[in-house]
Ligand binder design. Structure first.
Ligand code: C6P
Length: 407
């Protein structure tokens, strides 16, 4: 299918609205992406027709809900090119996926002196779970520093792997704060050669890049549905069967057991083992619809569209006096993080909003990135498949007004 941005825009009802009397320019897809009508319809149809619990009923509605829920698992398998749908665990989001690996895999495998390697680009949800596990086990966290452009060099990662005590490298595939695409293929190769496993935080990669977990040979891959044009409250943990077999229960409850007595319980195999309780049924089915939508357009086409917008936006913003882009790595997705002389990012965000332009301001849940650049915050424009050059023109025009006010 050829990439027709106007046709795509027509599928997103949220874009048909005015904000403060101006047409909405949505440049906050890294926080959460807007949802196409097909996803909204899929969620509504679950509650309207197939409203039943899954894996628990012989009645027709439950059978239908279960079939749709499991069909989504197969869609995620295809989307990531996993070997089996049993390697796909549904979670609440990237945050829960990473915490699951920390508690159900790493906690039993780490001891005093063992190391977990992180990068200076990580989101808090790929830092704090490892701090909790390190406190519990005596393991140590090693952080690979960022260079000035917001990239992480392979040499620095190689040095962190020296010493033979690294059990896990946990890193972003794509940075949320700066948009940097990290050299994950080479990192996985080096980490495996050093005897370490690799977890990739794919929250910002899955919506923008083709991801092939088998070609990557990654041990754990985490993503969130809501950044992938799907519903909130649903995410994925992928792990190959041999890694899942190493994981214990995460939470205890219904659906994750084989047999329960008051004396002891035996457990179901993964993925059920890791999906205790009634899951987010409508969310999972909505995520399946989002994957259908993205795949119909094609991730290569999306990526090419966003790359062209990134080049256009980078050029446009560089013409604004006093504005500095933060994060200028060679390989990036559509994220423009910036500061402006004399203007606090929150003021920038408020003034842009008055023009109908939605960006995120703050530390983007990546405070160590801000510390690296010695800034409290940035303003961040992040793109989705529905953005256009006109959106970036609106951003640039509004930023010129901000500049006038603060200069
Ligand atoms: N980043 C942003 O505005 P959850 O909240 O579990 O869906 O995703 C957490 C998360 C983990 N890793 C990365 C790289 C992320 O970008 C995010 C979410 C949003 O950048 C909200 S803080």
């Amino acid at each position: 299918m050829s990439f027709d941005v106007e046709k795509i825009r027509a599928d997103f009802p949220a874009l048909r609205q005015m904000v403060h009397g101006k047409p909405l320019v949505y440049l906050d897809s890294a926080a959460t992406a807007l949802k196409p009508q097909a996803v909204i319809d899929a969620v509504v149809s679950v509650y309207a027709q197939d409203c039943a619990n899954v894996h628990r009923g012989v009645h027709t509605l439950s059978q239908r809900a279960t079939a749709r829920y499991e069909a989504s698992r197969e869609k995620v398998r295809g989307f990531l090119n996993a070997a089996s749908a049993d390697e796909i665990v549904f979670t609440r989001g990237t945050t829960e996926s990473i915490n699951m690996v920390a508690q159900s895999w790493a906690r039993d495998r780490l001891g005093p002196g063992d190391e977990v390697v992180l990068t200076g680009l990580e989101h808090h949800s790929n830092i704090v779970p490892w701090q909790l596990v390190a406190q519990a086990t005596g393991a140590k966290l090693t952080v690979v520093p960022l260079d000035a452009r917001g990239d992480v060099g392979l040499d620095a990662i190689g040095r962190a792997l020296e010493g033979g005590r690294v059990k896990l490298v946990a890193m972003s595939h794509v940075s949320n704060a700066l948009g940097t695409i990290l050299p994950v293929e080479a990192v996985i190769e080096r980490a495996h050669a050093a005897g370490a496993r690799v977890l990739l935080d794919g929250a910002q990669a899955a919506p923008h890049l083709p991801v092939d977990v088998r070609a990557l040979g990654v041990d754990f891959y985490a993503l969130s549905g809501h950044k992938l044009y799907g519903p909130t409250g649903v995410g994925v943990l992928y792990a190959p069967a041999e890694r899942l077999a190493e994981m214990g229960p995460y939470q205890g409850g219904g659906d994750m057991i084989r047999e329960v007595t008051f004396e002891a319980s035996t457990y179901a195999d993964p993925p059920a083992l890791l999906e205790a309780g009634t899951p987010n049924i409508a969310g999972v089915i909505g995520l399946g619809a989002a994957i259908d939508y993205v795949e119909a357009i094609g991730r290569e086409a999306l990526h090419a569209h966003e790359r062209a917008l990134l080049a256009y936006g980078t050029e446009a913003l560089s013409t604004i006096e006093g504005l500095t882009l933060v994060g200028t790595a060679e390989r990036k997705v559509g994220v423009l993080s910036f500061v402006m002389e004399g203007a606090h990012p929150h003021d920038i965000g408020t003034l842009l909003d008055a023009d109908g332009v939605a960006v995120r301001t703050g530390h983007h849940c990546a405070q160590p990135v801000m510390q690296r650049y010695e800034i409290p915050a940035t303003a961040r424009a992040s793109f989705g498949m529905y953005n256009t050059q006109a959106d970036l023109d609106a951003l640039t025009a509004s930023l010129r007004k901000v500049r006038e006010i603060f200069s």
